[in-house]
Design a protein around this ligand. Structure first.
Ligand code: SAM
Length: 478
């Protein structure tokens, strides 16, 4: 009845998995549509997969736009995977973010009787990021307009790109001239570094993930949202002191005093992660600082720091509100990064133990405690996957009344969840950047009725993207 290549017309009623939109044909057949459609659109889509219960199709035309649509500002929209929701107005983005969390809790976690609070909006919807990580590649990703262009006719080289990986394509990157989530300084640094690297291609070849040869890997820029301190960190395979000094001079000429520090990090790892093994500081102290509330944080090139400064403050205030620490409480801050949450909680409780894997982040956490005059925080560098090492340290510190856990996107290792169940504090506050792993880990925590999910607050730290942060409170039930 259906055939591949057939054009079907349907109304979009919901978002499906993996950024697809969902609707039904008049006969009730479900259709998952790939491409930037919005709920409320009527679209034409081309069928490319036929299953018994559903069709998969690609968006071909918006016949009747949804009233929730808005014009994307970015020239790379639809190609770059970063801001997939630029075509929806902000109220719709917030509605869908709350729904994502609610759906994950219900369908993955089995939490049927929890009502998520409305998603807290961000004050700035563009230019809000305090960190950008641009990748170098020797395979430039072609935009749809460029496909079919003769090799000699391209405006930009084919074997050089500095920008973002196209979705699901780690060997290629889209060459980006500017990003609207960046600050103006970040875009100036991007242009300066690109021009310099293109001029010095022979001495600074791009690192190839196929042959594992070459130098240029990542450009990471960080901008203190409340201090304005700006860091440029160029990640290369080896150090070239002469060229790095030249690049430093060009960055200084372009940015003046706005450039607080320039670091050249080197790594021999055979992956694309912007994580330096060694750091060569060419200007400034090699780190920047940022402020959240009354606290000042030191941020090194490898340290995790929430990428939206204004909303990090909202996130931590919500975390405190969910944790409700008392003056004598013992609080654990697991996956503590540079100690941001621990230091926020410290003034409201007896003492805090922060646990983190990355050595430089732990160093920053200790330094942050010192510079803020916080004396009741202890930070340990430990792998939360390997719980055998942690048990002794935790016994020595004292059992927690409250555990705050803020794991990476993948969520917690099952052994870490098991350890939490053994520790069995009266309250666990789970800070999550991935509703699916929150729901999965939450279900494990609550197994056998040991905990119950008491509340969940979604917060928008990443406008224009489909990412959402949440703060969930679990209470011991037995
Ligand atoms: C989402 S960040 C949270 C950081 C911090 N709570 C904050 O808001 O700035 C997750 C942190 O977990 C750390 N991490 C990842 N795997 C870990 C592990 N196995 N053991 C301990 N920490 C880990 C990362 O280095 C990162 O700092």
């Amino acid at each position: 009845m259906y055939r591949k290549g057939q054009i079907v017309e349907l109304g979009i009623v919901d978002l499906g998995d993996k950024d697809q939109c969902f609707g039904r044909l008049e006969d009730g057949m479900a259709v998952f549509v790939q491409g930037p459609a919005a709920v409320g659109d009527t679209v034409k889509a081309e069928v490319f997969k036929i299953k018994k219960n559903y069709l998969a199709a690609r968006l071909r035309e918006v016949v009747e736009p949804s009233p929730r649509r808005t014009d994307p500002v970015c020239p790379y929209f639809g190609v770059c995977g970063g801001c997939k929701w630029q075509h929806m107005d902000y109220a719709e983005q917030l509605r869908l973010k709350r729904k994502q969390v609610q759906d994950a809790l219900e369908h993955i976690g089995g939490f049927k009787d929890i009502e998520c609070a409305p998603c807290l909006p961000a004050p700035a919807q563009y230019g809000y990021r305090n960190k950008m990580d641009f990748s170098f590649t020797d395979l430039r990703y072609l935009t749809p307009d460029e496909i079919g262009t003769e090799p000699g006719q391209h405006a930009k080289p084919l074997d050089f790109a500095l920008g973002f990986h196209a979705p699901g394509c780690y060997s290629k990157a889209i060459d980006i001239d500017r990003c609207d989530l960046s600050t103006p300084e970040m875009n100036i640094a991007l242009a300066t570094v690109r021009a310099f690297c293109l001029r010095h291609r022979d001495e600074l070849p791009v690192y190839s993930t196929r042959t594992h040869t070459g130098e240029l890997r990542n450009l990471v820029v960080r901008h203190g949202g409340n201090t304005g301190e700006f860091m440029v960190n160029l990640v290369t395979t080896t150090q070239n002191p002469t060229l790095m000094r030249e690049l430093c001079a060009e960055l200084e000429a372009a940015l003046g005093d706005r450039l607080a520090t320039f670091v050249n990090s080197t790594t021999s790892a055979k992956n694309t992660v912007a994580f330096g093994e060694r750091e060569f500081v060419l200007r400034g102290p090699g780190h920047i600082t940022d402020r959240l509330g009354d606290l000042t944080y030191r941020i090194s090139p490898n340290s995790f720091f929430q990428t939206n400064t204004a909303q990090a403050e909202t996130l931590y205030n919500q975390t405190l509100a969910a944790a409700r620490p008392g003056p004598d409480d013992v609080v654990y801050d697991l996956f503590c990064g540079t100690g941001s949450i621990a230091l926020f909680a410290a003034a409201h409780c007896g003492k805090v133990l922060g646990v983190e894997l990355v050595e430089s982040a732990v160093r920053d956490a200790r330094e942050n405690a010192g510079r803020n005059g916080v004396g009741n925080c202890t930070f340990l560098q430990l792998d939360l996957k390997d719980i055998r090492h942690i048990e002794d340290e935790m016994k020595a510190f004292g059992a927690p009344n409250i555990v705050i856990t803020d794991p990476p996107r993948a969520g917690m290792h099952p052994k870490a969840v098991a350890m939490l169940r053994e520790l069995a504090p009266p309250a666990i506050v789970y800070v999550s950047c991935n509703p699916a792993s929150l729901a999965r880990d939450g279900q494990l925590l609550c197994e056998g009725g040991l905990y119950r999910l008491a509340s969940c607050q979604p917060i928008d730290l990443f406008p224009q993207t489909n990412h959402v942060e949440s703060v969930a409170r679990f209470e011991k039930a037995i």
